[in-house]
Design a protein. Structure first.
Length: 275
């Protein structure tokens, strides 16, 4: 049985939880526990305590990519546990968004590696898929293979004083083997949810049951949104939990298209697969 508990998300259905622009999900499977992302602030700690999650028991963390809304909670988590952290080697880029309130570049990256290591983090960085616990894999580097998904044009990173378009090559998802199929978790899916899921299918030669997580369809253009919905119709997934950077409009559109197969993946939602 696979159990996923959403600890941080943009929305919460109960007042006692804290909602924020960010994402964190706890994966529990066959006695293994892995945390995927940490949200933006200490909302992770607040919500985890309310949900009865013992943070000191978390010894493995996967970080989807180096954006503040997925890694910001890590420094707070390190007060409770010193986990092994799995991520892509490019996660520490100094990255910015061109979208801001004042017209200046907005910093959207994370602290550097040493900052976290001083607090007890141990990093395992790899472009290749890693099985972090039995049947729980990082995607590894995701290739851009179709003609309708593209990386957000507002992202840049700074290297040797130059600004370079950020293709978010560090964007990792999680592929979980369950009952001969795969369940997928996205952070922001900056490389495109269809690219990611097609890579999962071809890597494992297995079908996809469903997904939870950020799809970045909120900021995507209309063509990407429409073609993604068309591709999802063909894939005929059992569970879809568009979250975080999907936005309420695209989540609503998906609900109109796919009905009860869509999960509103708010803080406190527990999704059980293969029970
Ligand atoms: Fe995000
Ligand atoms: Fe992101």
């Amino acid at each position: 049985m696979l159990k996923i508990t959403t600890l941080v998300e943009n929305t919460a259905v109960r007042a006692k939880f804290r909602a924020e622009h960010g994402l964190s999900m706890l994966i529990e499977k066959d006695g293994e526990t892995v945390l995927f992302d940490t949200g933006q602030t200490d909302a992770l700690i607040h919500n985890a305590k309310l949900l009865g999650v013992d943070l000191s028991k978390i010894d493995k963390v996967i970080l989807s990519h180096g954006h503040y809304d997925h890694v910001g909670g890590l420094k707070y988590l390190l007060d409770y546990t010193k986990p092994t952290i799995y991520a892509h080697p490019e996660i520490f880029r100094k990255r910015y968004s061109k979208l801001s309130d004042d017209g200046n570049l907005r910093y959207i990256g994370i602290e550097d590696r040493e900052f976290f290591e001083k607090k007890g983090a141990r990093f395992v960085l790899s472009e290749e898929p890693i099985e972090v616990a039995k049947g729980i894999w990082t995607s590894g580097f995701v290739k851009m293979t179709n003609d309708f998904e593209s990386v957000d044009k507002n992202f840049v990173y700074e290297k040797d004083g130059e600004l370079i378009k950020d293709e978010v090559e560090d964007d990792l998802s999680v592929f979980i083997e369950i009952n001969g199929s795969l369940f997928v978790l996205f952070g922001c899916a900056h490389r495109g949810i269809i690219n990611i899921m097609k890579q999962a299918e071809s890597t494992f030669n297995k079908c996809i049951l469903g997904f939870l997580g950020g799809t970045h369809l909120g900021p995507a253009d209309e063509i990407q949104r429409e073609k993604t919905i068309e591709a999802l119709k063909e894939m005929d997934l059992r569970v879809m939990g568009p979250s975080h950077c999907t936005g309420l409009l695209m989540t609503s559109k998906m609900y109109c298209e796919f009905g009860d197969r869509v999960v509103f993946n708010n803080v406190g939602v527990i999704t059980v697969v293969g029970g």
